[in-house]
Design a binder for this molecule. Structure first.
Ligand code: CA
Length: 510
């Protein structure tokens, strides 16, 4: 990237780019450093043509063809999303693997090598100490919430080491084709969320009693006990079921209250990354900074998940080159192909992803969005590829296939056991999760100024040249460790901005 100054007008990323992004609002008539005069007012984050782009020739940003111009575009014009046609997505046959493997010593060294977490007998450590009440079906959610409120009020004050009670309420469980092959995805999400590291093995499963998602689909036979599972239809009325749940909760809280934070190596930490409400700066500031923090974590032995299948599809060759084996590459291709078919069955393709907000933020199409989105994965080798809501079997950088939808990606990564999520945004979102903390990183300072009490960190100083990507990346790395250690509470947790457990269900509903 070219050096930037505070008064920088545009950002050109690659020397072959024939467009640049407006670093600030560009009035008509302003002359850019390259000598081109801006022909019309151009909003911040939107693209300006640096040369004449004839109809049929590529619009290039990140050194990548974003699409062919569908009309002649004079130098100095504002390039909007209607002016270019989306190219075909890259082929998935015979993608090379292992041709771009960055060795660990080349990754940035973490400045801190321990954090304070709740160790678990197996899997990653907890970042929070929570009592989990998991519903097997939405029908049980109302009772579970009422009891959780009473637990918070009457029991939690007696167990000061327990941070909260979380009800996992979701739309799955009944009225579904439970034996459909794809039903494994939502079932696995519920099965794995029960084992979330922040619940420390102390959870209550609340069922109704007539639903299709029966306990045996979620638990081992020896786990199906009256101490773990409560079936509402077995109890005579509200008072009885509420009291039974309170009694179960008390027993679990006794055990949870003995959990203590301990100094742990980075290898005990598993986090997730996603972006939402992205703009054209996301790929220049917030996502590369997150990628830098991810590289530090991976070098230190931690596990980092990145996801959002439609947003990596156009970078398939780049990601395949970072896969450590043919097996990992094949799994990546399998997941991308599956999603292509899933979208096709719905009559669309990956360009159905960008939102009106993305476009307002200067992102023309999915190719441009994808190039920014994959920057969050940093440069580490990809050691494993997961199906939606699967648990990793390795440590390091992992592609966990999920929809890009913020509210679906979050729960899917939670089911994969993340103890913290970093969320990059350009347009702004109050998004948050109740099972793990979410750190909000914005791509430009204007958003941090407006949402000063909602955004945890701004990467906008990278635009003005006041900070570098490594500087913001290290700042984010430290914020991740402090938050995972319970020393800092992100804004979303301070306000209890918590989204529902919107699990991914591509299977039929009956
Ligand atoms: Ca997203």
């Amino acid at each position: 990237m070219q050096a930037m100054t505070k008064t920088q007008l545009v950002i050109q990323i690659h020397e072959t780019d024939n467009v640049a992004v407006a670093a600030q609002f560009l009035p008509q008539g302003v002359v850019l450093p390259c000598g081109v005069t801006v022909l019309e007012p151009i909003p911040q984050a939107h693209k300006v043509a640096l040369t004449k782009i004839p109809a049929g020739s590529p619009v290039i940003r990140y050194g990548v063809n974003l699409g062919l111009a569908n009309r002649d575009i004079p130098a100095g014009s504002w390039i909007t999303e209607t002016m270019l046609d989306v190219p075909e997505s890259p082929g998935l046959d015979a993608l090379s693997y292992g041709t771009n493997l960055v060795a660990a010593p080349q990754l940035p060294e973490p400045p801190v090598s321990t954090w304070m977490g709740y160790p678990n007998a197996e899997g990653p450590a907890g970042t929070r100490n929570l009592l989990g009440i998991i519903t097997t079906v939405q029908c049980a959610a109302g009772v579970a919430e009422v009891v959780a409120e009473r637990i918070r009020r009457e029991l939690l004050p007696q167990y000061p080491n327990v941070e909260d009670v979380v009800v996992v309420r979701h739309a799955y469980g009944c009225g579904v084709a439970i034996n459909a092959p794809l039903a494994e995805i939502p079932i696995r999400a519920v099965r794995n969320i029960i084992r979330h590291p922040n619940f420390g093995g102390q959870w209550i499963l609340v069922g109704l009693g007539c639903e299709k998602l029966t306990y045996d689909r979620l638990l081992a036979p020896d786990e199906i006990t009256p101490e773990n599972c409560l079936t509402l239809q077995d109890w005579p009325g509200h008072e009885a079921m509420e009291q039974a749940l309170m009694d179960l909760a008390r027993r679990k809280l006794e055990i949870l209250n003995r959990r203590q934070r301990q100094p742990l190596p980075l290898s005990a930490l598993r986090i997730g990354l996603q972006c939402g409400g992205s703009d054209a700066f996301s790929g220049v500031t917030a996502n590369p900074a997150a990628g830098y923090a991810a590289d530090m974590l991976v070098r230190g032995g931690a596990t980092v998940l990145f996801s959002e299948t439609t947003e990596v599809r156009d970078g398939a060759p780049l990601l395949a080159a970072r896969c450590i084996s043919a097996e990992v590459r094949d799994k990546l291709v399998e997941q991308l192909r599956w999603y292509d078919a899933y979208l096709q069955a719905g009559g669309v393709d990956r360009d159905a992803n960008p939102t009106p907000g993305n476009k307002k933020g200067g992102l023309a199409n999915i190719v441009e969005k994808a190039m920014g989105s994959i920057a969050k994965s940093g440069s580490s080798p990809i050691v494993e590829v997961l199906e939606p809501a699967q648990q990793p079997s390795r440590r390091g950088l992992i592609f966990a296939a999920t929809p890009a939808s913020d509210i679906v990606c979050g729960p899917s990564q939670l089911a994969s056991g993340i103890g913290l999520q970093v969320f990059m945004t350009g347009r702004g979102s109050p998004y948050g999760l109740d099972i793990c903390p979410v750190i909000k990183v914005c791509s430009r300072n204007e958003l941090k100024q407006r949402w000063f009490d909602m955004i945890d960190l701004s990467a906008g100083d990278i635009i003005t040249g006041e900070k570098t990507i490594p500087q913001v990346g290290e700042e984010l790395f430290r914020l991740i460790l402090d938050t995972a250690s319970g020393k800092k509470k992100p804004f979303s947790d301070q306000y209890h901005y918590h989204n529902d457990f919107c699990l991914f269900n591509p299977a039929p509903i009956t």
